[in-house]
Design a protein around this ligand. Structure first.
Ligand SMILES: Nc1ncnc2c1ncn2[C@@H]1O[C@H](COP(=O)(O)OP(=O)(O)OP(=O)(O)O)[C@@H](O)[C@H]1O
Length: 414
């Protein structure tokens, strides 16, 4: 957090300080060791949450399996995965609401594995607003401070500051029943922030809201985070939500980490077929069927090690071009079955021989210019794809045009 923003929100260092031996850096309290690491010019970045080798069984069911990841101080990170992938279990373990079978949790550098919930310094926001129905908004937000024995004037000042921050200044006297779902979640967030937690944990915070409010709150959360920079880890099963809000995403499936990285990197360079499919639409096609259409060096030369006969190409709908003539690029011959305008893009449903469905998305302007119609025989060419070789267990990105360009420069195989 910069000095300017901390003054702007009133979340200043002096009042946030939980102890003399800690200092504040980009949203997290740091021990002297971590503070040194966070100084400008330092190689190591401060880590606010560190999960090491976490495993958890419910009966004989392995819900979380050797999960490790780090959250840098001041970042907003998503735990993304399908239902049952272990997201909530991990979040609850970090909060201290659940005990892991093995592994450890470090918060701002200190081992918190054995600490009770109240001593971890975490703020928690649940999917279903856990506001007290009989308390006003002001009392709800101030609740955590009251039980910690903070003085009344200080609680009042802090609640006003947070009401300003969440832009609900005029709502202090209302009861939860007099608020919309979105407003209740903003209050829940203010309540979690009130005791100045080291880290904020959010479990599907917008899951119970309708799509439009959800959309608005995502943007709101990101802006709020940019203002206060409190280290936040939030659980979602919604890929779009994770993309819109987070700095980093931890993708989970079956209780295991699949990949960790910034949203765009995961999208462009997924580590495996699961991540490729979970983070957006993808066509899966036999790589071998490109051989016949390949110009110059075929797909077997695009990778360091030639992929097996049954390797598959994973191609995003917007990474495909469609032509009425062959034009020197590798292609799949295809037939257009349906053309569906979808606002800014047009979706083409095609079929390649012998019987593979294929989806392409073209920008609206481009599809107008080309003038395709259902029933047209066309050539489909990938710009970028991932080759999945089950036998080798490898999943490798290929920039097709580049691979082809290099092959042409070589002059080989033409
Ligand atoms: N208390 C429990 N007892 C038994 N099994 C549980 C318990 N809590 C969770 N599980 C199981 O552990 C697995 C992981 O659950 P978890 O809630 O962590 O997943 P999740 O990814 O958060 O799912 P969702 O998005 O549906 O909330 C699920 O299969 C779930 O049924």
């Amino acid at each position: 957090m910069s000095a300017a923003t901390s003054q702007g929100t009133g979340l200043d260092r002096a009042r946030l300080s939980p102890g003399a031996d800690l200092s504040y850096h980009r949203g997290a309290w740091l021990s002297p060791r971590r503070e040194a690491a966070a100084r400008p010019g330092s190689e190591e970045k401060a880590v606010a949450i560190e999960v090491r080798g976490l495993s958890k069984k419910y009966g004989s069911f392995q819900a979380v399996s050797d999960v490790s990841f780090e959250v840098q101080a001041g970042q907003l990170v998503a735990l993304l995965g399908p239902s049952g992938s272990g997201k909530s279990t991990i979040l609850r373990t970090i909060a201290g609401l659940e005990a892991a079978d093995s592994g450890s949790v470090l918060l701002t550098g200190e081992d918190a594995t054995e600490l009770p919930v109240q001593q971890r310094g975490v703020g928690f926001v649940f999917q279903h607003y856990a506001l007290f129905r009989h308390m006003t908004v002001r009392d709800n937000i101030g609740f955590g401070l009251k039980i910690r024995g903070v003085s009344k004037p200080e609680i009042r000042r802090r609640v006003d500051e947070l009401l300003d921050l969440i832009q609900l200044g005029g709502y202090a006297g209302r009861y939860p029943s007099q608020l919309s779902g979105g407003q209740r979640q903003r209050i829940a967030l203010a309540r979690a922030l009130a005791p100045r937690p080291k880290v904020l944990l959010l479990d599907e915070p917008f899951g119970a809201l309708d799509a439009k409010v959800r959309d608005e709150l995502r943007t709101w959360l990101r802006r709020l985070h940019d203002e206060v920079h409190v280290t936040s880890l939030f659980v979602t099963h919604d890929q779009r939500e994770a993309f819109e809000v987070s700095d980093q995403i931890v993708v989970l499936a079956d209780g295991k980490v699949q990949q960790i990285g910034p949203p765009q990197v995961l999208y462009e360079k997924p580590a495996n077929p699961f991540v490729a499919g979970f983070l957006g639409a993808v066509n899966v096609l036999p790589l071998a069927s490109l051989k016949a259409g390949a110009i110059g060096r075929g797909p077997e030369t695009w990778l360091d090690r030639p992929p097996a006969e049954h390797a598959e190409a994973y191609v995003r709908p917007h990474d495909l071009d469609v032509y009425s003539e062959r034009d020197g690029k590798p292609y799949w011959p295809a037939t257009i079955e349906r053309i569906t305008p979808l606002g800014g893009v047009v979706r083409l449903d095609l079929r390649i021989a012998p019987d593979h469905p294929l989806q392409i998305e073209l920008p609206r302007n481009r599809s107008h210019g080309v003038g395709f119609a259902a029933g047209d025989e066309v050539y489909v060419s990938p710009r970028h794809l991932n080759v999945y070789d089950r036998a080798q267990g490898s999943f490798q990105p290929v920039d097709v045009h580049r691979a082809l360009g290099l092959a042409l420069q070589d002059g080989a195989g033409i």
